[in-house]
Design a protein around this ligand. Structure first.
Ligand code: ADP
Length: 197
């Protein structure tokens, strides 16, 4: 493959950085409806793994949309651009040896495919947070479903914008059980990928 980042040849390698951090870098890409539990699970998991000595970066929709992507709307085209930027950022961070957790609705198969392509298949693990729409709507953590039903928000995923379930996620987490149980499913999966051998 053509080396499009020649500067990396002169920088400390990913392998050396992974050795330094004593971990294998990759991304755990959490996809699911708004309110499905992506951020809640990520927060929990990040703390547990950090306490075990892993260096992790979690990025989610809210912190990206207030800065890096603050010029983008929620049209499908802008959602794609949002995910493209995040995927590029993630690819850079993986090169630094960092374990990444990304929590984005990332609603369509095409959008997630694009992310996987940018990051590279071997470093990309898709985690489907499989909470049914009814449950998300009942939780309505941020009051967004109510607004979407009232027509105050247009193009809201699950209401008047599509969510395509992943066909073959690396892991599916159902959030019918407790937050601890959902988190430990992800922790177990992550531990099988991030330990340097
Ligand atoms: P998202 O990031 O997907 O939009 P949030 O994490 O912000 O979703 O909200 C999920 C809500 O669901 C939180 O209020 C959380 O307490 C609740 N919840 C209930 N059970 C679970 C579970 N097993 N896993 C994750 N969240 C859960």
């Amino acid at each position: 493959m053509e080396n499009i980042y020649p500067v990396y040849d002169q920088l400390i390698s990913r392998a050396e950085k992974e050795q330094f951090l004593n971990q294998k870098a990759c991304v755990f890409w959490l996809t699911g409806l708004s309110g499905s539990g992506k951020t809640t699970i990520a927060k929990h998991v990040e703390r547990v793994l950090f306490n075990k000595g892993f260096f992790i970066q979690t990025i989610d929709g809210d912190n990206v949309r207030s800065g890096l992507c603050n010029n983008l709307s929620f049209s499908l085209e802008d959602r794609k651009e949002n995910i493209r930027r995040i995927a590029e950022l993630t690819a850079l961070n993986i090169r630094q040896g960092i374990i990444c957790i990304n929590t984005f609705v990332s609603p369509t198969k095409a959008i997630r495919e694009m992310a996987k392509e940018i990051i590279g298949e071997k470093d990309y693990f898709e985690i489907f947070i499989n909470t049914p729409l009814e449950a998300c709507e009942k939780r309505d953590v941020k009051g967004l479903y109510k607004k979407a039903r009232a027509g105050e928000i247009k193009g809201f995923t699950g209401i008047d914008s599509p969510f395509e379930k992943p066909d073959r996620p690396s892991l599916t987490i159902s959030t019918e059980s407790s937050i601890q149980e959902s988190a430990s499913q992800l922790i177990n999966f992550m531990m099988s990928k991030v330990v340097l051998t």
